[in-house]
Design a protein around this ligand. Structure first.
Ligand SMILES: [Zn+2]
Length: 342
């Protein structure tokens, strides 16, 4: 972790929003602090290591007009935060291999020659340059050689080795690395308030210190936990419908408690399962995807009209979640809808 003893004020400001990578942060901070920004950066690193964020910070460093570099209080810093700075242009890939085309490079050339709108510089971020074809890279090299002093080009790629030597040698290469899980866990927990430090540490350790991958893992773990809860509640309700009494059904229907998102997911699942029961009732179920036992029993014990009526009412009840039906009322209504059996 950088400290005031070994890093300039601009580097410390960058470190507050970018985790780890002390060497790259210190180097970029020094450039911003001295306002000596190179005309080309190449930011390399695996997916998930923060290349886009780092490129944006480098662009802010080039555009910033704060009295103290990157203090965040000038119009340029504000517009960068809002994503509306007129002197920042993104150049992105297209087509099957998602490569920046020669046409995009030529369009960038025309823009690069125009004086900046508001800042002292005009910045171009060329994202994911790994697949850029040699012809496009050569066109870029040509612009780079004739570009006016106000132009700054920031390329991101998994590895600078994927670029032509001639391009690679023109840019200041900055390499991003995975972070220490303990440092990264504090960073993630500070960003995601719902995520504890321990869960973040665990995810980061499993992802080898790659913050982007850890965030994806945390997101997908949360989603699958929620899906499993909805499956459990809906399964309990179906069991009670197929074999339990009214009381058991009421208890199972209260399984969502006060959780609206869970209640919505349970409604969707119940409708899905009732559709399977309907198919079973009319003898049209998919033999490849045989319904579970409670669903089959429901199909046998309810008439198709009853099932269709239930699906309809559950859908309407699900809609009422969005217009703020109270959860106790939701739970009661659900039990009433589902208890109408022969
Ligand atoms: Zn500023």
């Amino acid at each position: 972790m950088l400290t005031a003893a070994d890093a300039c004020p601009a580097a410390l400001r960058i470190a507050a929003s970018f985790c780890g990578n002390d060497d790259a942060v210190r180097a970029l901070g020094d450039m911003a602090q001295s306002r000596r920004i190179p005309h080309a950066f190449i930011i390399e690193g695996a997916d998930g290591l923060g290349k886009s964020s780092f490129a944006r910070i480098a662009a802010a460093g080039a555009l910033c007009g704060c009295h103290e570099p990157l203090a965040g209080d000038c119009p340029h810093c504000r517009k960068m935060r809002e994503g509306i700075h007129p002197d920042l242009t993104y150049v992105r890939g297209s087509g099957k291999i998602n490569a920046i085309s020669i046409d995009s490079v030529r369009a960038m050339r025309r823009e690069a020659l125009i004086a900046p709108n508001e800042a002292a510089r005009r910045v171009f971020i060329l994202e994911d340059c790994d697949n850029m074809l040699p012809a496009a890279q050569n066109a870029f090299l040509k612009i780079f050689e004739e570009a006016p002093p106000h132009a700054v080009f920031i390329m991101t790629c998994r590895s600078a080795m994927n670029l032509l030597t001639t391009v690679r040698s023109r840019g200041r290469i900055m390499t991003l690395h995975p972070v220490d899980p303990a440092e990264g866990a504090a960073f993630i927990a500070g960003k995601l308030h719902a995520c504890g430090r321990e869960a973040a540490f665990d995810a980061l350790s499993r992802c080898g210190g790659n913050i982007g991958e850890a965030l994806r893992l945390l997101g997908s773990e949360k989603a699958s936990e929620e899906a499993a809860r909805a499956e459990a509640v809906a399964g309990g309700i179906l069991d009670a419908m197929a074999g339990g009494g009214e009381l058991s059904l009421a208890v199972r229907c209260a399984g969502c408690g006060k959780d609206r998102a869970l209640a919505g997911a349970v409604c969707r699942l119940l409708c899905e399962k009732l559709r399977c029961a309907l198919m079973a009732a009319v003898g049209a179920q998919d033999t490849l995807d045989a319904p579970e036992e409670p669903v089959l029993r429901l199909g046998a014990s309810l008439s198709p009209q009853e099932i269709i009526g239930m699906i309809d009412e559950i859908n309407r009840l699900g809609d009422m979640l969005r217009i703020n039906i109270s959860m106790p009322l939701f739970n009661t209504r659900l039990a009433i809808i589902l208890s109408r059996r022969k």
